[in-house]
Design a binder for this molecule. Sequence first.
Ligand code: FES
Ligand code: FE2
Length: 369
Amino acid sequence: VDPSLDAALRAVLRPLGSATPLPPRAHTDAALFEREKIVIFGSSWICAGREEAVEAPGSWLLATIADESVIVARGPDLALRAFHNACRHRASPLVTGTSGRAVELTCPYHGWTYDLTGALERAPFAPEGFDRTSHGLVAASVSVWQGFVFVAVDAAAPPLAELFGEVPPWLDAAPLASLRRIHRADYETRANWKLCGENFQESHHFERVHPSLEAITASENARSWLRDGAWLGGIMEISGGNETVSTTGRRADRPRIVPPELDGLVHDALLFPALFTSLQPDYLLTYRLDPRSVSTTHVTFEIFAHPSVESAADVVAFWDRINAEDRSICERQQMALRSRFAAPSCYASVEDGVHAFDRLVAKTLLGGE
Ligand code: FES
Ligand SMILES: [Fe+2]
């Protein structure tokens, strides 16, 4: 880290009232993004989807993690494994698409074939004496928590629970593993991934950016849940006679998925760096971020509900609008941060959640202090 960046990152680590936000170059510098790919995305656990996509033997899903492509596959022995999606011949990707089912994986380039434990079965025209058994697919790590599949690109990653630290209690109180997905949308936000994270971490912008959300969960009643680990949480109250967050404010026939003491509240939690969750009384939202460049972030947005729920047009319509509003404000902010004269000065007193997120970024880039 060069001295001026080092000083700027240390200024983020100061107490909220005297800290300075991440410098503009943290969102625009391609070299810094390359570093983040290694020290942040390359050494964390990243959520890759739901276990239901890889339940059957031979089923696989593809995780993309800041330019790394990892296959998660259920073997014939029912074990879940993860492999880098690169053939051991000359590194063609073995699979494309987001998921599938196979007995073996055959490289589309020259036909090298692997079984679903990653072992190389056939290697046409390999040189004499070539040892197939030592040229299986390169392993990554996989772990499942509450129905969510997590991948670490490094096979030697420390256990998922070590990254987690203290888990927000509401995520343990809701039956997340039994929920079913009722909606998925994929979109590109032309902004640095950290602007998306900072945006998720505060409700200070609701009044101007999301008047329809402010009317249901007023930002003045928001409070943060901040601990030492990788989870950053926040709680909001549903008010104005609404039961949930949707175009009607009504739960309709959707069963509650939270215990009674959590009813009437929205519980947000971000798992650093790239999973955002929002637990409502009757559904769960998740956003998974995959940074594609310093200024482009692929977002996978999903809605989960009780298995008896098949669709929820009122919820989908509400969040499509909110997501478009967030995307637009983050994209405009990204443009403005490209200016030589951009000079962020401070965090607002209600932005402790943004500060906590930026502190994790700064600490990691400074080398884990
Ligand atoms: S690169 Fe896969 S078989 Fe050649
Ligand atoms: Fe927002």
